[in-house]
Write a protein that binds this ligand. Sequence first.
Ligand code: PEP
Length: 272
Amino acid sequence: MDRMDLERIIRQEIINSLFQTQEFLVVGNWKMNKTKQEVIEFLNKISGYDFGQKNTVVVAPPNPYLYLFEEKLRYTKVLYGVQNFYPEEKGAFTGEISLAMARDFGCKYAIVGHSERRTIFMECDEFTSRKVEFCIKNSIKPILCIGENLKQRKEEDYKQFLVNQIKEGLSLIGENELSNIIIAYEPIWAIGTGETATPEQVEETHMFIRKFLIDHFGSEIGKEIPLLYGGSVKPSNVKELALAESVSGFLIGGASLNAQSFIEINDILNGK
Ligand code: PEP
């Protein structure tokens, strides 16, 4: 074994022991994927798996499968949530589901303002803020997604764009409700493209967002709001990304669809 090998092994050991204590929030976003049989197979694989105690593990499946999550995950530590809902109690909103329905099936989280909702379904900041507010009223934790596109990234004003998305997204909730918010930074150019932001880019942006949260909401709460990274996260890159300062966890699309890679990511974040 040469010196480089030895250094690599020591570095891995240090990272593993760091990850054995650091708490992460790991959220899988399945989008519009999977058949009933595939969901059952996935749940059978993860329901008996030991995800450890320190991390919070969440999956957001398509709504028709929530009953399977309720059935199979009831006695496990894996939580689940919705990818979308309509911010009204009930009524004439054809095709939509309410948060009361999500709660009925045991959901604890909701993804809000995902870039696919913003670009494909034209959901604006104002509507996103109503959804965040509605989550809080219904005791569901909103995962507020923010992120710039490639053009904005190149134009260098993307940081102001991110700040505006946060300000708008949180505009309808009070300061004492901020402890129930999660923010996910997802650069649009890295979602589902295989193109991951580098750990340096993630760290720089996360530290900028963290500083904004502290300046804007005060250091006590600003330091505590979980700040996830999302964008082509997979077993092969999650370790380096998790080392980036101010990363509290991950929002994972593609790699959360496969039970093995979802477990592998969680194992890495447990220092296994
Ligand atoms: C996402 O859907 O939020 C996401 C980050 O997807 P992917 O991991 O596939 O890029």
